[in-house]
Write a protein that binds this ligand. Structure first.
Ligand code: SF4
Length: 404
């Protein structure tokens, strides 16, 4: 599409719109149509080369939200399946991590955490449940809120999120926080879990969309060794509809060519080396350790824990919870039917779950994927109308020999 001379306001936009804002046309329908057509052509070429449908994975709840909210799947070629992997930090927070926070709250420690975490099930009651019983659990919207609380009392900040939010937690710890501020880290680091997905037996995934915000911190270069090791392409994508469509075109074109490279399609925020200052802050405070991601697997180097220099700020070390007291409850009959793990591993869709939209809803979630705003089940429930999700059974030859 011809966008006109630099600085010009494209047709159809309000007159007087600042030129800089007018250029931010990441939802332009004409461009979206053109990218949709390019995507169909790329998928056709990929199917010609590989002889099979194309399956790619994104690892970010914000990508799933944008895809569902803007109805992008309705425009995807039938031979393209875009699945969500373990891209919701709340969903992958493991049961013992929730149990630790619950145990601390029951000891009378003030636990401050993000609202989504209150309803994430542990092996027993959730943080919301014990809050209802009178335990001191506070909802915060940022680490800054938790710091403000800690000026008046001892506070355990139950911190979840990927490297993007972990940097904010790290920066808070380096900035002389109040004496009563401690962190119970459930932070996770995305690149190692991509290794797990890539090494899964029978893996269908032929390429990854990487999250633009996380790559803003780590840089796109963090994926280069992964691409070489697994012969899989990675394309860094932003979060507007055109960002996602353009990145999908680039990703499927790599599948069609048989190449496996890192391609940064979010250059307005992401560089190859990333934010070096943020990385320095992140790794000064946290060290990567192995640990379970809920429903998926043990992920080597997938959990971020505080370094020894911050032991006095580490709630896990200051208020150790007896591991024998964790994870003792058997899951309820409903929870036992939850397939969140398979969904986050990309081998099931929310609609494969018998509880989806019935026994499990955002008001009464059974599994973590229905709790978080970034959980696939919650997103699909919220936006509904999953038009032609690329999961139709393949057309089989008519046994009578007739053609349609
Ligand atoms: Fe789990 Fe609910 Fe999703 Fe089913 S619909 S997988 S029970 S979160």
């Amino acid at each position: 599409m011809n966008a006109g001379p630099p600085g010009a306001v494209p047709p159809g936009l309000p007159p007087g719109l600042p030129a800089a804002a007018a250029r931010l046309q990441f939802r332009d329908p004409a461009r979206a149509r053109a990218l949709g057509e390019a995507l169909h052509r790329a998928v056709d070429r990929a199917v010609d080369r590989t002889g099979q449908p194309v399956t790619v994975m994104h690892v970010c709840g914000s990508h799933e939200q944008a895809i569902a909210r803007y109805g992008l799947r309705a425009s995807f070629p039938q031979a393209l399946e875009v699945i969500m992997g373990p891209g919701c930090p709340v969903c992958v927070t493991d049961v013992p991590e929730v149990d630790e926070a619950v145990a601390m709250a029951r000891q009378g420690l003030t636990v401050a955490t993000y609202g989504d975490m209150l309803r994430v099930p542990g092996s027993g009651p959730s943080l919301g449940d014990v809050r209802g019983e009178g335990a001191p659990v506070e909802v915060v919207y940022s680490v800054a809120d938790a710091l403000a609380l800690a000026r008046h009392q001892e506070v355990v900040f139950f911190a979840s999120g990927f490297e993007t939010t972990a940097v904010a937690t790290a920066a808070a710890l380096l900035d002389d926080p109040p004496p009563g501020f401690q962190v119970l880290s459930a932070h996770k680091y995305i690149p190692p879990v991509m290794e797990i997905i890539a090494e899964m037996p029978g893996r269908r995934v032929q390429g990854f969309l990487a999250a633009g915000h996380a790559a803003t911190i780590t840089g796109s270069g963090v994926f280069e060794a992964f691409c070489a090791r697994h012969r899989l392409p990675v394309v860094v994508a932003g979060f507007e509809p055109l960002d996602i469509l353009a990145a999908l075109v680039a990703l499927v074109e790599q599948v069609a060519r048989g190449s496996a490279e890192v391609d940064n399609r979010f250059p307005r925020c992401v560089s190859r080396q990333g934010n070096l200052r943020a990385q320095e802050i992140l790794w000064r405070v946290f060290r990567p350790v192995g640990g379970r991601w809920r429903g998926i697997a043990h992920v080597p180097n997938g959990n971020l824990r505080l370094r020894d220099a911050f032991a006095h700020r580490d709630a896990r070390r200051q208020h150790p919870v007896d591991p024998a007291s964790l994870c003792q409850g058997a899951p309820s009959a409903l929870a036992a039917r939850c397939v969140c793990g398979n969904i986050m591993a990309g081998i099931a869709a929310p609609t494969d779950c018998p509880l989806f939209g019935g026994a499990c809803t955002p008001d009464e979630p059974v599994g973590a994927c229905m709790v978080s705003m970034e959980g696939t089940c919650r997103i699909w429930q919220q936006y509904g109308g999953q038009v032609r999700l690329g999961r139709e059974p393949p057309l089989l030859p008519d046994p009578t020999g007739r053609t349609a």
